[in-house]
Design a binder for this molecule. Structure first.
Ligand SMILES: Cc1cc2nc3c(=O)[nH]c(=O)nc-3n(C[C@H](O)[C@H](O)[C@H](O)COP(=O)(O)OP(=O)(O)OC[C@H]3O[C@@H](n4cnc5c(N)ncnc54)[C@H](O)[C@@H]3O)c2cc1C
Length: 400
């Protein structure tokens, strides 16, 4: 008897997938606006004008059939195959195309509404997510509820057919430009902390909402404090059941760690290409240690991509993201920070020059990247918390 046949994975694309790739590539080449091209590797969504341009860009991509390709057709998508979705992301990275401005809603809220929303919520909210006519922010974190999210204290009390919301959210990305917010609020203060939470869709134009920008170390204010003072929200805006929002939020967070990490990968790949070009241009590539670190980054990026294919396949085959998404998020943030560090080393003191400064390499995007990367290990679950999840829920280690 000969040796057992090896199971071989085939990563080649079929002829029809290659046709699709050609089509997307041609479309992106002709359509990515010059003022947005190449910026996705150190992208900001703080600037209102830039957000306006990104909205137009998402809409254009939607009209061409490239937004929400993986969404089922009943929800306005194309029910595309996992491979087409991957090809799209790869080509967006190759073209230096910006990511979708409404990616939080596309990657998190959309799937959450498909799983837990009513048909009327799905009809009302899903189209605007795809077209970017409605920009969304995520109102989860509070001053005393970050890693310990279930400690959230923003209250919502029933008054007739409305909830009245009082409290504060913090670190709310995009709140200054958002039309809507998907928020977690406490609706039963006597229940244990994971119960008594409700998932609510709040119109950001409601009376009683105040948004205060928080300036970040990048110099920009992409996230905000959001204050709710007796904000009235119709009961029909509850997703899932009242007091059972924790289960809904878990769906959202799982998609945040898994799907969004795959999308963030576009930015990482762009940055890696830019780093290689930078190392060649500056002569840094002649240093064997720099070469080794860049090679390690390229290998890491490849692993992240293959791991992303695996989770995306599972999701598009009807499965839900599991705690394994935490590996992708943890690994991505590690790579992102390592990449920023290597670039800073290659540039030396020039790495400090910011946008608009004379002689700033790549118009100061590296200085921005280095500062922004500090947040990678915090947002969407800190690295410590992700290690806890992996240890306890994936590896089955004892809690203590
Ligand atoms: C750029 C950026 C954008 C963000 N955007 C949003 C947004 O749009 N919407 C939103 O709701 N939130 C947003 N956040 C908030 C983010 O989710 C929280 O910052 C994160 O969950 C951590 O919470 P915290 O800041 O309160 O830190 P804390 O939870 O107070 O943690 C402080 C430190 O203690 C560690 N720690 C805490 N508990 C444990 C534990 N049990 N075991 C081991 N270590 C522990 C943490 O790892 C961390 O190092 C954003 C954050 C950043 C940086």
């Amino acid at each position: 008897m000969g040796p057992a046949p090896r199971r071989v994975m085939n990563f080649d694309f079929s002829p029809s997938e290659e046709v699709f790739r050609k089509q997307v590539r041609g479309w992106l080449e002709a359509n990515v606006p010059d003022d947005l091209r190449g910026r996705s590797f150190a992208a900001t969504r703080a600037d209102r004008d830039e957000v306006g341009r990104l909205r137009v860009w998402q809409r254009r991509m939607y009209e061409a059939g490239y937004v929400g390709m993986d969404w089922p057709s009943e929800f306005g998508g194309r029910g595309a195959s996992v491979v087409e979705q991957i090809v799209l992301y790869e080509e967006m990275a190759r073209a230096g195309a910006p990511q979708f401005v409404n990616r939080g809603a596309l990657g998190m809220l959309g799937p959450t509404l498909m799983a837990h929303g009513t048909p009327s919520q799905q009809r009302r909210f899903l189209p605007g997510i795809l077209t970017a006519d409605a920009l969304w922010c995520q109102g989860f974190s509070e001053p005393n509820a970050g890693s310990d999210l279930a400690n959230l204290q923003t209250r919502a009390e029933l008054d007739g057919d409305h909830f009245v919301v009082r409290g504060q959210k913090v670190w709310t990305s995009m709140a200054h430009v958002a039309d809507w917010c998907f928020a977690l609020v406490r609706t039963d203060r006597s229940a244990p902390k994971h119960r008594g939470i409700t998932f609510l869709l709040v119109d950001m134009r409601s009376a009683g909402i105040a948004v205060r920008p928080l300036r970040q170390m990048t110099g920009e204010a992409e996230f905000n404090e959001v204050f709710f003072e007796n904000v009235r929200v119709p009961v029909e805006n509850v997703v899932g059941r009242v007091n059972e929002g924790w289960g809904v939020a878990i769906t959202t967070l799982a998609y945040e760690r898994d799907l969004l990490t795959f999308i963030r990968h576009i930015g990482l790949r762009n940055a890696l290409h830019r780093l290689i070009a930078l190392a060649r241009r500056t002569g840094g590539a002649a240093d064997p240690v720099v070469r080794q670190r860049i090679a390690a980054l390229a290998i890491g990026e490849h692993c992240l991509r293959l791991n992303g294919y695996r989770s995306l396949t599972k999701i598009l085959r009807g499965g839900a993201p599991g705690p394994e998404g935490s590996t992708a998020k943890l690994f991505w943030s590690h790579l992102d920070q390592e990449l920023a560090e290597v670039a800073t080393g290659v540039l030396g003191p020039y790495s400090q020059l910011t946008e608009g400064t004379d002689r700033a390499p790549d118009d100061g995007q590296w200085a921005f990247y280095e500062l922004l990367a500090q947040a990678s290990g915090i947002r969407a679950g800190t690295s410590e918390i992700l290690r806890n999840i992996l240890g306890e829920r994936v590896l089955g280690l004892a809690k203590d």
